[in-house]
Design a protein around this ligand. Structure first.
Ligand code: FAD
Length: 459
């Protein structure tokens, strides 16, 4: 197919390397300001589902490989590859909500917080990601550790059906019963999925009407006893309370507020249906027996989804440079966070953080059935190097890698959505249970035998 015909068949836009606005389109594809030197030959912005097929057909004919993008929030910039086609689906950003059946059909470019806002107006909810600007596409494909996932499960547990365009250009509707292998892979394979998803049908939840938060901030030096206390207390919390640890640097607004030493924050948010239920749910955290005095203590404060998203915005500011990585481990939080805390004390950027959310489910949970995503350990940590000056790239990347080295020996796996897939080629494989990884390889061979779709970065 000639270049002219290709362009004319696409309702959206097609840019080639060398076109005047190519570089803007390439860098805008990524939320992270740290842009890798990887250059696709062609960037297609799909305007409609048919564009996806129209973009794939010439790619197949000319042997170009394809990378898919939805919201561009991959920390390691996985939609950007050298050569081939970058198929940008951010323009597929429509949803249709059916309140009667409590289901919705969403396209991959739908931004989680916008969808959540629209649902809230109808007294419905969905376990979207914690960052307000993450798109549902990459998030749901990776598993999705989102709001209230202790009760609702990871995001992909709510996916009932997907529509995907496969490497041979077919449009497939996939459910537990139709193309069950592709459906299984779409629930967790993440940035190595081997088809382009054009829509998800998802189950919705009733909106929790009373949200409340309890939080304690302590000096970082007390992280061990703080983690022991919170871990013990977490066992007494109901499933609708989300508990996490945050190691925060000096410059994280809303947390440290100025030139304070680094801190560890314990935050618990209850997603309840009345003020009384929320306060009851948070009651186990009311008394903290530690002899260390907290720097701040906030009990049962009413909150809202909008306020939670604001806090996430402070944690992950836009227009910053990031490297992130993840680790599942069977070691307890006190031990993991003490090791990380020592390195964190030396973090070169006061913006960097380490997040450690309690696992949304146990390995045996029914909500984790039939998906490529797995909970791979009892504890889970995510260090983020966050900075803004390009002159500090090396020192921050080194710090993040050093931090990971302190805990990797006790690791049992990674979470594919936030793992640094550029760090080492085994990261992708170790993000899945061994049998699941093997199944993903067989399914890829079945659905994409000529590897039209790029696989994991550095896999
Ligand atoms: C600030 C921030 C906060 C985050 N918070 C959370 C969180 O709370 N919980 C969580 O689980 N994750 C979180 N993440 C990670 C996030 O879920 C993943 O990076 C996810 O891939 C982002 O989705 P996206 O559509 O923006 O991804 P993109 O960068 O657009 O895509 C990532 C990869 O997904 C694949 N992909 C995307 N869309 C499609 C599609 N339609 N069809 C086929 N393949 C596709 C591609 O392989 C692509 O390389 C966060 C990321 C950021 C930057």
């Amino acid at each position: 197919m000639s270049e002219h015909t290709w362009r004319s068949r696409i309702e959206g836009t097609l840019r080639r390397r060398g076109d005047p606005d190519y570089e803007t389109a390439r860098t805008r594809a990524l939320w992270n300001e740290l842009k890798p030197d990887r250059y696709p030959d062609v960037i297609v912005h799909a305007a409609c589902e048919r564009d996806v097929q129209e973009a794939l057909r010439p790619a197949v004919a000319s042997g170009l490989r394809v990378a898919v993008r939805a919201g561009g929030h991959s920390w390691c910039d996985s939609p950007l590859r050298d050569g081939g086609v970058l198929l940008d689906l951010s323009g597929l950003n429509q949803w249709k909500i059916d309140a009667d059946s409590a289901t919705a059909t969403v396209q991959p470019g739908v931004i989680g917080s916008r969808f959540a806002g629209e649902l809230a107006r109808r007294d419905l909810a969905f376990p979207a990601g914690h960052c307000p600007s993450v798109a549902l596409g990459g998030y749901l494909l990776s598993g999705g550790l989102g709001w209230n996932s202790g009760l609702w499960g990871v995001g992909c547990a709510s996916v009932l059906e997907i529509t995907a365009v496969t490497a041979d250009g077919e449009v497939l509707r996939c459910t537990e019963h139709e193309h069950p292998g592709l459906f299984w892979a779409a629930r967790g394979a993440g940035p190595g999925f081997f088809a382009a998803v054009t829509s998800f049908r998802v189950r919705l939840q009733p909106r929790p009407t009373a949200l409340a938060t309890t939080s304690y901030t302590f000096p970082l030096t007390t992280v061990g006893p703080v983690a022991d206390w919170a871990t013990e207390t977490e066992r007494a919390l109901p499933a609708n309370v989300e508990l996490s640890f945050l190691l925060a640097g000096e410059d994280v607004p809303g947390v440290t507020n100025g030139p304070r030493p680094k801190v560890v924050v314990v935050t618990a948010t209850a997603f309840a249906n009345s003020r009384g239920e929320a306060v009851d749910a948070l009651r186990p955290l009311r008394n903290c027996p530690l002899k260390e005095r907290p720097l701040t203590r906030r009990l049962d404060e009413p909150t809202s989804l909008a306020a939670l998203y604001d806090a996430s915005r402070n944690l992950w500011p836009e227009k910053h440079r990031y490297v992130a990585d993840t680790l599942w481990s069977d070691e307890d939080y006190a031990s993991l966070l003490t090791k990380l805390g020592d390195t964190f004390a030396k973090a070169p950027s006061g913006r960097s953080v380490v997040l450690a959310p309690f696992s949304p489910a146990s390995q045996e949970d029914e909500l984790l059935r039939n998906m490529a995503f797995s909970v791979l350990g009892e504890s889970y940590v995510v260090p983020y190097a966050v900075w803004s000056d390009p002159a500090h790239d090396d020192v921050n990347v080194h710090w993040l890698r050093d931090a990971m080295r302190t805990v990797e020996p006790c690791g049992t796996g990674h979470y594919i959505a936030e793992a640094d897939l550029t760090a080492d080629p085994s990261r992708a494989r170790r993000s899945f249970a061994a049998a699941d990884w093997d199944r993903l390889q067989s399914l890829r061979a079945e659905y994409d035998p000529r590897s039209l779709f790029f696989s994991y970065l550095s896999a």
